[in-house]
Design a protein around this ligand. Structure first.
Ligand code: C5P
Length: 238
């Protein structure tokens, strides 16, 4: 049971529960892009993202990845472990898209020979700048050992997720991960959804993710529904 609101972000609201070690993460229909400069709403987006995230967390747990996921409270509300979020956004990249093609001489669609891991400092104030291990350690956001662990965990998650999505008809150019500390270990936190990944249809190459909203490329709710149809078909059964 939700008690009080702890924090409201751009797409999720986090609530305290009666258990001090557990929180409820509510996935909302609100959408933002470009540091909150572009805003909108998309019908059922919160529900589809919550269900997709749930499915991916369950699949990763089965593959031995520890996550903050505990269960669902309702269609768009997830019960999670309370963790101390590490202020690094970890972005595994398999195919060049988005910011990497704007900052470096890399053509969109270039398939990387091996995954490229990018670390951004999670800070609205500083505009999420790209950092490296040394900067993260110097700022005190994580220890060297934690960063090494996060790196290997991110690569493992990337390999599992990429092959899971390919078997469901999607390419995974890139996605964002967040990690947290709980009970002396590091677990995967936040969400893995159409808002935080690039999903390209393997047949048509179409975006089925937040780029639809960022670049006004099409109907976001419909695309997220299609992703949910492939990844969580059970929610469409009566
Ligand atoms: O913007 P950029 O191309 O660097 O994004 C890389 C990947 O990370 C994309 O899949 C994007 O959706 C995700 N991302 C995110 N949250 C951010 C930044 C990037 O989910 N704050």
């Amino acid at each position: 049971m939700k008690t009080e609101e702890l924090y409201s972000g751009k797409a999720k609201t986090i609530y305290k529960t009666e258990n001090p070690n557990e929180l409820i993460s509510e996935f909302r229909d609100s959408l933002t892009a470009f540091d909150g400069k572009k805003k909108s709403e998309a019908k059922n987006k919160g529900y589809y993202n919550a269900q997709i995230s749930k499915k991916i967390f369950e699949m990763l747990e089965e593959e031995g990845i520890k996550t903050h996921y505990l269960g669902m409270v309702s269609g768009n509300e997830m019960l999670v472990k309370k963790v101390e979020i590490i202020l690094i956004e970890v972005i595994p990249r398999n195919i060049a898209a988005g910011s990497i093609t704007r900052k470096y001489p890399v053509e969109e669609g270039t398939v990387f020979k091996e995954p490229v891991l990018v670390f951004d400092y999670k800070s609205d104030e500083f505009g999420d700048p790209m950092i490296n291990d040394d900067i993260a350690v110097a700022m005190g956001v994580a220890t060297r050992e934690e960063i090494d662990f996060i790196r290997s965990m991110a690569l493992k998650i990337n390999a599992i997720l990429k092959s899971y999505l390919e078997s469901n008809g999607f390419l995974l150019p890139d996605f964002k991960l967040e990690f947290g500390r709980v009970d002396g270990e590091i677990v995967l936190a936040d969400e893995i959804s159409c808002d935080t990944c690039r999903f390209w249809d393997v047949e048509t190459g179409e975006s089925m993710d937040k780029d639809l909203f960022r670049f006004d490329k099409g109907d976001l709710s419909k695309a997220y529904e299609k992703v949910a149809h492939r990844l969580v078909p059970e929610i469409f059964e009566e």
